[in-house]
Design a protein around this ligand. Structure first.
Ligand code: GUN
Ligand code: ZN
Length: 444
């Protein structure tokens, strides 16, 4: 039995913050601790109370004066695009054709997929992200590489093979039957194995024929516990092309609705240019719109209009969308989210940002009983954040007077340098080159 006591300034959320001073939305312990045993949280609270519950040989991990939070959650990114971040000068469709559909062909080779998957997981962890939802390439080998790398680190990860049977190079196209068969086999192999969960992933309406959409519909109906992910309404040219391919659909959202793909486990990347009708459909079906601020700015796609989703009662989450997204860091992502909303006259409070990266995104995935809080019984995925990690931050922090101010400094100035430690199922992962090996030894 491994028991660890993680000490620091402990912050977690119990509800969505309703304003900058909504102290009821979070729990904060100035000298707090999280007691972890066998990968789960036993107790979170004041250090003195938690210490009493710990065994005599508990390992103490003292992170004072750093903040201790639930591990960060990223609800949309592309693992095969790890090495294609910062590809210059194009908007969505040209960017996909020029860079991304070239890069993703490399994943036909299992060795390449394996090497990138390891790098991808380590990059997430060094940014404090302990759970993510990723698209793999069209190749089943890329999904094996992805979940194998996640499993070696004990991470709770969601992902799936993209299905695409048109408007892509030959080497990246499957067929409706092949997409169905490969997805069904991968679900059988990975969905529910340890912490892995599968996401059925028709890439978007442009790269799937109606026959492939029908196959996706069958997969979703046959696998009601799987996630579903696709892209929606990111770019004007994309919307015109997608709707021209499905002339009977009322609009872009209706393409997915017609094939029965919209449900509470559906994650729709971007959702920037939707009509009120479309947002109403997302609200009715409880589908989740995924806000990807660094990507939307990088590709010049547009500004996510959060208030329209909130007013309609539609769900939304936040994500990096690497490799159109420019950073693996959820802190940097929330910095850009703040600015995007600001351009629309909308405010994102510091508490709301940190809620979104943790409990908010966990709720979007229906995983709030497992991750995203520091509640007793949940999985011990934890991040430790140092608000003084850069000299400019240290200098700025000298004048900070409140927790809200500190969080805003972290989000505005922070990046992976602020992640002092990250625990996956209770195991420290950062800075230990042998973290994967250590896990193998501990579980042996
Ligand atoms: N739409 C379809 N595929 C992609 C992708 O890989 N990235 C982004 N940003 N949008 C997409
Ligand atoms: Zn995407």
């Amino acid at each position: 039995m491994t028991e660890r006591l993680i000490r620091g300034r402990v912050l977690s959320f119990v509800a969505e913050p309703q304003g900058i001073d909504d102290t009821a939305s979070y729990r904060y312990f100035e000298d707090g601790a999280v007691l972890v045993r066998d990968g789960r949280i036993v107790e979170t609270g004041d250090h003195a109370d938690v210490r009493r519950r710990a065994g005599a040989d508990v390992e103490i991990c003292d992170h004072r004066p750093n903040l201790v939070l639930p591990g960060l959650i990223d609800t949309h990114l592309h693992f095969p695009q790890t090495q294609a971040i910062a590809s210059y000068g194009a908007q969505l469709l040209e960017w996909l054709n020029t860079y991304i559909f070239v890069e993703e062909q490399k994943f036909a080779e299992a060795a390449h997929a394996g090497a990138v998957a390891d790098r991808f997981m380590d990059e997430l962890l060094s940014n404090g992200t302990t759970t993510a939802v990723a698209y793999c390439s069209v190749h089943p080998e890329s999904v094996d590489a992805y979940f194998t790398a996640a499993e070696a680190r004990g991470m709770r990860m969601i992902g799936g093979k993209v299905m695409m049977d048109r408007n892509a190079p030959d080497a990246l196209r499957d067929t409706p039957q092949q997409g169905y068969d490969e997805t069904a086999a991968l679900i059988g192999k990975w969905h529910g194995r340890g912490r892995a969960r599968y996401a059925i992933s028709p890439r978007f309406a442009i790269t799937s024929t109606p026959e492939q959409m029908e196959m996706s519909q069958a997969l979703v109906a046959e696998n009601p516990t799987c996630y579903v992910q696709t892209h929606l309404s990111e770019n004007h040219e994309e919307i015109a092309f997608a709707t021209s391919l499905y002339p009977d659909a009322k609009d872009y959202t209706d393409i997915y609705a017609r094939y029965g793909l919209l449900n509470e486990r559906m994650l729709l990347g971007h959702c920037i240019h939707l009509s009120d009708r479309e947002i109403g459909v997302l609200a009715e079906t409880r589908s989740v719109a995924v806000f990807c601020p660094t990507s939307n700015l990088f590709l010049g796609s547009g500004l996510f209009d959060r208030d329209r989703f909130d007013k309609a009662g539609a769900r939304w989450s936040v994500a990096t969308d690497v490799g159109a997204g420019t950073s693996f860091s959820m802190l940097e992502t929330m910095d850009e989210a703040y600015k995007v909303l600001h351009l629309n006259g909308q405010k994102l409070t510091p508490f709301n940002s940190f809620y979104r990266m943790t409990l908010g995104n966990a709720r979007a995935l229906g995983l709030e009983k497992e991750i995203g809080t520091l509640d007793a019984g949940t999985e011990a995925d934890i991040v430790v954040l140092d608000s003084r990690a850069k000299s400019a931050m240290e200098y700025r922090m000298r004048t900070a007077k409140s927790l809200a101010e500190e969080l805003f400094i972290l989000q505005t100035m922070g990046d992976d340098r602020c992640v002092a430690q990250v625990y996956v199922a209770g195991r420290p992962m950062k800075g230990t080159a042998g973290a994967v090996k250590q896990r193998v030894l501990e579980t042996a």
